[in-house]
Design a protein around this ligand. Structure first.
Ligand SMILES: Cc1ncc(COP(=O)(O)O)c(C=O)c1O
Length: 340
């Protein structure tokens, strides 16, 4: 089986597993008061070159939902892309944790919120007074759900609009490492220096077992975050095993090396595969959405290649490359497509 189905299906990187074994020495303070917690805050502050609050969690849904609760009151609205994870894949958790906020979707090509449409939506808000939800936040995904990456200029344009309307900017960075590698900038430039107030920092897809973090750059949103985490059921008693994963993930730039490999595999695929494959979006990170003749899709499945047939779009498949994708498997996939 050659798995291109999801980076969630990739294993844990050995260095991260080893860090968990190393952390497994005797007793340690519980609920985030272990020695790793302090190191983690230091590491993140060093990485982002600024003050930030770091809240380790075990799922991206929790990070996004707590971010929503921090930025948006129950009567508020969050603007996001229709395909965003918060809109289609979190079963209403962001709305639930905010106490009933409304998600307002703004379409745009390549999985990105279209800035002009967002401007229109915001300009036209307010006509219904207290009958409508109050604009509170913009949430964007980096990399997007279409495998593309917002440029710094695009992020700054969103920030400009956010400032005009007094909105928070949240980034769902489930694949933040992949985006950073593509952008070739540092973590500060890709986030708070481009106007991001809160970041859901993903690690699970890129080598961790189950470790994510909500990173808050703007102290305005640093309100009772620990209580919110507790209420979300993410105050893990043996938190050292989450913290040590994040530390190992950052150590010696492991996270960037892993994302670099994943992105490179996707590039190898798109550069070598023949013309019959139509790419749906620019390939800018580790995901490829493409259209293939059904005959080819069936044949690939018969050859034990695993991937997702994209729901609702016949002939479209999604291929995800991860840190654990072997070059020989990517090459086999290319050969299989080119030879059919
Ligand atoms: C864009 C995006 N955001 C967030 C998540 C976090 O999901 P989970 O709650 O499963 O960790 C995912 C996982 O697939 C994702 O793709």
């Amino acid at each position: 089986m050659k798995n291109f189905r999801s980076d969630n299906e990739a294993p844990v990187h050995p260095d991260i597993l080893q860090a968990m074994v190393d952390a497994n020495q005797g007793f340690s303070e519980s609920y985030g008061y272990d020695v790793y917690s302090e190191q983690l805050t230091e590491q993140f502050q060093q990485l982002f070159g600024c003050w930030c609050e770091v809240l380790p969690l075990t799922t991206g849904t929790a990070a996004n939902s707590i971010a929503t609760a921090l930025t948006t009151p129950p009567y508020g609205a969050i603007y996001c892309h229709p395909n965003s994870h918060i809109n289609v894949d979190e079963c209403g958790a962001p709305e639930f944790f905010s106490g009933g906020a409304k998600l307002i979707t703004v379409t745009g090509d390549n999985g990105k919120i279209d800035i002009d449409r967002l401007n229109d939506r915001l300009e036209n808000s307010g006509h219904h007074g207290e009958h409508e939800s109050l604009p509170a936040a913009i949430s964007l995904t980096q990399c997007t759900e279409s495998g593309t990456v917002y440029s710094l200029a695009e992020l700054k344009a969103i920030k400009k609009l956010a400032d005009k309307y007094g909105l928070a900017v949240h980034m769902d960075g489930a694949r933040f490492a992949n985006a950073l590698v593509t952008l070739g900038v540092n973590a500060a430039e890709a986030t708070w220096q481009s106007g991001i107030d809160l970041l859901s920092f993903g690690a699970t897809k890129n080598g961790a077992m189950m470790a994510e973090a909500l990173v808050i750059f703007n102290p305005v949103y640093n309100k009772q975050i620990k209580r919110l985490r507790k209420r979300a059921g993410h105050l893990i008693s043996k938190m050292r095993y989450v913290n040590c994963q994040l530390l190992a993930y950052l150590k010696n730039d492991l996270w960037l090396q892993l994302a670099h490999h994943a992105n490179q595999q996707a590039q190898l695929f798109v550069k070598s595969v023949n013309q019959e494959v139509t790419l749906l979006y620019p390939v800018e990170a580790n995901e490829v959405f493409c259209r293939l003749p059904l005959k080819q899709i069936n044949s690939l499945e018969q050859q034990d290649f695993l991937f997702h047939r994209w729901p609702g779009q016949e002939g479209v498949i999604r291929l995800v490359f991860s840190f654990a994708t072997k070059t020989e498997d990517t090459e086999q996939l290319i050969r299989a497509i080119n030879n059919i």
